[in-house]
Design a protein around this ligand. Structure first.
Ligand SMILES: [Cu+2]
Length: 113
């Protein structure tokens, strides 16, 4: 049983490596072409509340993969108040969130799919 597990683990590791390497190479190439830094993943969400005075926004968000966070409703800070001018309560969006000095800060919001 131990040998079987080791074989499977080896196989899976090899499979994952062979799959992810070309993808990583491809995305690096695209980013270079566009001349932008690598961004964290976009997260799906729906806007629940906008608090422009305090630069905060409440979003019912999907899984935030790069932060290991399951779907939930929560309040985020926004990096720039102007981000809140482009959006409305009830709107489906995609957003970029980063960790900044222990706070989760939204740096970009785009229309959802
Ligand atoms: Cu959350």
């Amino acid at each position: 049983m131990k040998t079987y597990t080791q074989t499977i683990t080896k196989f899976l590791t090899a499979a994952v490596l062979s799959l992810s390497l070309p993808v990583m190479a491809q995305s690096t190439l695209d980013h270079n072409k566009m001349g932008v830094a690598t961004l964290p993943d976009m997260t799906d969400g729906e806007i629940r509340k906008i608090d422009k005075a305090n630069s905060k926004i409440t979003i019912k968000h999907g899984e935030i993969k790069h932060m290991d966070m399951p779907p939930m409703s929560m309040v985020f800070n926004v990096k720039d108040k102007a981000i809140l001018d482009k959006v409305q309560v009830g709107e489906k969006i995609q957003f970029v969130v980063i960790q900044d000095a222990g706070k989760m800060v939204i740096t970009d919001i785009r229309p959802g799919k």
